[in-house]
Design a protein around this ligand. Structure first.
Ligand code: PXL
Length: 249
């Protein structure tokens, strides 16, 4: 099978298994080529940690876009996650105009959870993310992000973190996929879901299967994390579950 090239656009949190470090691993495990565009460099992710360092890479992005344009680079999919600044959202809109071509565009509008925006984000950022979502084929907001984005989104929406009794899952259209709810705060699960979803979708071309397998991957990763009874504020032990993706046929 021809290898797919997937562009993953999100921050590099040095510690805290989320965004780029997680998505590169997942995309690679599925046999795809991961092209990484770091949007910001942080010492850790911004939940739970205080006094983290943050370097916005917005001034670098236009140079990267211009070089890739000169190379006439094409992507099978473009997966956009945490951007970190309004300037980066503008850059990514430019990137899509220049480099999208026939790529499938997945936007995970990472900006909050549990009813609140993450550190650093405000109403203006929400509006920019709303604009970006208009250019997506698929978006994967959690319930909080979906509420901030509002309705009338023209793309396919996969809503994550949907609760029903003692179950949790994802909804797309009138279909919902559930797993037993495991109490706890598990950072990076949204990134793990989106990374696995786009990787499975690009490999097998089956949208619903990609949702199901991505949910299996996240849930399995949480289970493996719980096997070691230590604090998991730095992220889930998804590494122990990459074999699940490697072995998908
Ligand atoms: O997992 C989403 C995410 C990505 N990147 C950064 C974050 C978070 C969530 O807190 O802080 C920097």
């Amino acid at each position: 099978m021809q290898q797919k090239r997937i562009l993953t656009i999100q921050d590099l949190s040095c510690l805290g298994k989320c965004s780029l470090s997680l998505s590169i691993a997942v995309i690679s495990a599925m046999g795809h080529e991961a092209v990484a565009l770091p949007t910001a460099l942080l010492s850790t992710h911004t939940s739970e940690f205080k006094d983290y360092s943050f370097l916005d890479l917005a001034s670098e992005t236009p140079k990267i876009i211009q070089h890739w344009k000169a190379l006439d680079l094409t992507f099978d999919a473009i997966y956009i996650g945490y951007l970190g600044s309004g300037a980066q959202v503008d850059n990514i809109l430019t990137l899509l105009r220049i480099l999208r071509k026939n790529a499938v565009v997945l936007v995970d509008p990472v900006m909050g959870e549990n009813g609140a925006l993450y550190d650093r984000f405000d109403h203006a950022y929400v509006q920019k993310m709303r604009t970006l979502c208009q250019y997506a084929d698929i978006i994967t907001p959690n319930l909080t992000e979906k509420a901030f984005l509002g309705t009338d989104l023209p793309c396919r929406v996969i809503e994550t973190g949907v609760r029903e009794g003692n179950q949790i899952g994802v909804r797309c259209g009138d279909k919902t996929w559930y797993k037993p709810y495991i109490p706890g705060q598990f950072y990076g699960t949204g990134d793990a879901f989106s990374s696995a979803f786009i990787s499975v979708y690009m490999k097998f071309g089956d949208f619903e299967r990609a949702i199901e397998e991505a949910l299996n991957f996240v849930w399995g990763s949480i289970e493996k994390t719980l096997e070691e009874k230590q604090k998991y504020w730095y992220g889930i032990q998804f590494e122990k579950n990459l074999a699940y993706l490697v072995n998908l046929k």
